[in-house]
Design a protein around this ligand. Sequence first.
Ligand code: MN
Ligand code: ZN
Length: 495
Amino acid sequence: MASRFDIGFAKTARASGGVAILLQAAGQPAAGLADVDPGNVVGRAAEVAKFTGKALKSLDVLAPHGAPVDRIRVLGLGEADRLVAHDWLKAGGAAAKIGQAEKVTIYLDAPGVTVSARNAADFALGMQLGAYSFDTYKTKKGDEDEAKPGKPVKVTLVTAAASAAKKANEVSDAVAEGVILARDLVNEPANVLGPVEFAARAKALEKLGVEVDILTEREMKKLGMAALLGVAQGSVRPPRLAVMHWKGGKEKDRSIAFIGKGVVFDTGGISIKPAAGMEDMKGDMGGAAAVIGLMHTLAARKAKANVIGIIGLVENMPDGNAQRPGDIVKSMSGQTIEVINTDAEGRLVLCDALWYCNETFKPQFMVNLATLTGAIMVALGSHHAGLFSNDDTLATRLTAAGLTTNERLWRMPLGREYDKMIDSRFADMKNTGGRYAGSITAAQFLQRFVKDTPWAHLDIAGTAMGSPTDEINQSWASGFGVRLLDELVRANYEG
Ligand code: MN
Ligand code: ZN
């Protein structure tokens, strides 16, 4: 995943050649005029075009005679006193679209705006994310929006905060890599990315200093993970459980844990899904992808925290050996589950992963991510992920991280009445609670496997893939969760 842009920072820069991008806050002049446009042709052009610096609007100006660059583009920032973190990301994403030249100089210090190091680093992150596209399998390149692969565009971000921004950008680089890794994994087709191949991607994090253990089918059998294994038994490709441990904190710091659903392809099993749209089920490992992406980011930026990432990797297929509706499996916890619908498989994978995590590591908290239910899309669409939690502090921190990163969460209820809906006639519980409150009963199911450990479940079925594109994501897979959880860790769990 070579990066589209090679981004550097400078306090001042004499632009020469390529494109200059000037930022402009609403009602203010544009930045960098003295450097690229001493005659203020841009100012006059803006007046004529009634360009006022509205957020994400841009103005293309033919470089005036004698200007040191070929093109000048002005990008609006909106109201200076209302700028939040996400506005800088979006502005960066918009600049990524504009900056498809050999060389780009961007003047960040717009008059009326104080640009912090983090703002500049967020802008850089927005550029990296906005430029992402998944074209591994396109044998014919040459879409005009595409730079030549292997030859990143040189970008200079000009700001007074250059040296601090350069430092802050090390974090942005780590975040960009993590998000892009997650997007790549979700976009990858299931014939390429089975459980074994996926586990190998987790194993690759060892290069960054993450300890990685891959549990095989035999080891999981020994541990009694029959719920997870029941899902996998219809596939010729064996399941894996990847356990990643980043030890960046003090030895005495209790670990925090992230658990991901990694169903590399979900046909529904014997309760098979309709054909229309089934190809999207290659993305049913969006939770696991986010956990790998997060672990990559935390390790790459050397986060001062002890963090566990666990992903359950299976393929849900119909087969002569596939599990049947009505089958009863015994989870690692000892609780028995009647499988009513083999398409409600994510919770069967997660319940053993959660139990294993809790028993093995006694973490401070567990957050799991899963493309778990279609019902969450009915409730929230693509603009919020569902948040379910047994702990108000954890829920509040997650919600706050969601607002900062614009990977937003909406808290949904849990309760005894919902829990009763998954009681089974033949076993301790069943794996579906019927048509109503489908995402809540799924969460109730998971809660039966976390004891009193602070826990949150994020249902990302509506946000991990196929959500509307924007400045920082033009791809089917969004990488949802990486920035959110990195922010959660950064804001609350590092010393
Ligand atoms: Mn399913
Ligand atoms: Zn699924």
